[in-house]
Design a protein around this ligand. Structure first.
Ligand SMILES: NC(=O)c1ccc[n+]([C@@H]2O[C@H](COP(=O)([O-])OP(=O)(O)OC[C@H]3O[C@@H](n4cnc5c(N)ncnc54)[C@H](O)[C@@H]3O)[C@@H](O)[C@H]2O)c1
Ligand SMILES: O=C(O)C[C@H](O)C(=O)O
Length: 356
């Protein structure tokens, strides 16, 4: 790619992502590209991707290879990782890449990891709910988390596998049983909801998308996804009808993609983007960058539920602070009340499964 083309791509990406809900300068794929060519002065960080040969795993592997905060990139799947690793490792950026395949190599893939990202498991087809994935994905997540407890008990874990509202509680229970649970280190990745809310809000409010911030709270399925457009910036004078439509589109964003893909899976590219941004925020936190704030589904006391998505301040130990919801509009209060029973059921289902 010519230097001018690269500069132009980097500028576009910088604009797209400088609008994170972070109260500091936010991680961005712009950074990932731009800083790929800068110095290697950051501390060594090993990132493992579990499910790295999949629809999300492959573009996520690419984006993590472009991230200058990563010194070692470990790509694990039950098949296909030698090819993905061979491909990605030719990119002239800092991270040393290694591919690992099958159970017997999982320990090597994980040993020494600072951050483990899990997009392993089956995606939805049209007509399915995320909860319909539970029977397959719960077992996958449970066994991967047992291995994390054994080989890298201090790593941060970014859970992408659905249903996130249940897989995060499953992971917590597995870690508790292993005696390695640290609630600050377990994150359900809800960043795609934030990415969507920002995109849809910018379109409706006719404001530059790069300037937009919208927190999304609750969980990651249907009505449990609650975008707080009353907190959106820049402020815009949208009608109640507009806010309802934006909320519904954000809640149905995953289904919109599943239907458009017509049986060929769910969001992969936008998820890889969102996953890479959230992973970058976690790495920045670990490296001591101040005021890194993103939304995530974490152990929480801000409602009566044991897990809840809200803004989280990321630091050297992971989730240093889980931020409260702040004032809500009447519409958001209603949404919060409606989501609680479903989210509670999904959390309890995960906990029950892990303890069977
Ligand atoms: N959190 C979110 O916002 C979000 C967004 C999109 C998709 N997802 C979820 O992410 C998951 C993956 O989606 P995808 O589109 O990449 O699916 P995919 O089928 O394309 O890829 C999944 C990968 O996981 C691998 N895998 C299966 N069992 C494994 C195991 N035990 N260990 C390691 N790898 C294993 C498969 O071999 C495959 O390569 C799905 O559950 C999907 O619902 C979550
Ligand atoms: O919708 C899905 O099944 C995948 C993911 O959770 C999404 O929000 O895109």
């Amino acid at each position: 790619m010519k230097a001018s083309m690269l500069r132009s791509a980097a500028t576009t990406l910088r604009r797209a992502s400088s609008s994170s809900s972070s109260s500091s300068s936010s991680p961005s794929s712009t950074h990932l590209l731009r800083r790929s060519f800068s110095s290697d002065s950051n501390p060594d960080r090993k990132v493992a991707v579990l499910g790295a040969a999949g629809g999300i795993g492959q573009p996520l592997a690419l984006l993590m290879k472009l991230n200058p905060l990563v010194s070692s990139l470990s790509l694990y799947d039950i098949f296909g990782t030698p090819g993905v690793a061979a491909d990605v490792c030719h990119i002239n950026t800092r991270a040393q890449v290694a591919g690992f395949m099958r159970d017997e190599q999982l320990g090597m893939a994980l040993r020494g990891a600072d951050l483990v990202i899990i997009p392993a498991g089956v995606p939805r087809k049209p007509g399915m709910s995320r909860d319909d994935l539970f029977n397959t994905n719960a077992g996958i997540v449970k066994s991967l988390c047992s291995a994390i407890a054994e080989y890298c008990p201090n790593a941060l874990v970014n859970m992408i596998s659905n249903p996130v509202n249940s897989t995060v509680p499953i992971a917590a229970e597995v870690f508790k049983k292993a005696g390695t649970y640290d609630e600050k280190k377990l994150f359900g990745v809800t960043m795609l909801d934030v990415v969507r809310a920002k995109t849809f809000y910018a379109g409706k409010a006719k404001v530059p998308v790069a300037d937009v911030n919208v927190p999304v709270v609750g969980g990651h399925a249907g009505i449990t996804i609650l975008p707080l457009f009353s907190h959106a910036t820049p402020k815009a004078n949208l009608s109640d009808e507009d806010i309802k439509a934006l909320t519904k589109r954000t809640q149905d964003g995953g289904t919109e993609v599943v239907e458009a893909k017509a049986g060929k899976g769910s969001a992969t590219l936008s998820m890889a983007y969102a996953g890479a941004i959230f992973a970058d925020a976690c790495l920045k936190g670990l490296n001591g960058v101040p005021n890194v704030v993103e939304c995530s589904f974490v152990q929480s006391t801000i409602t009566e539920l044991p897990f809840f998505a809200s803004k989280v301040r990321l630091g050297k130990n992971g989730a240093e602070e889980v931020l409260g919801l702040g004032p809500l509009s009447d519409y958001e209060k209603q949404g919060l009340e409606s989501l609680m029973p479903e989210l509670k059921t999904s959390i309890e289902k995960g906990i029950r499964f892990a303890n069977q």
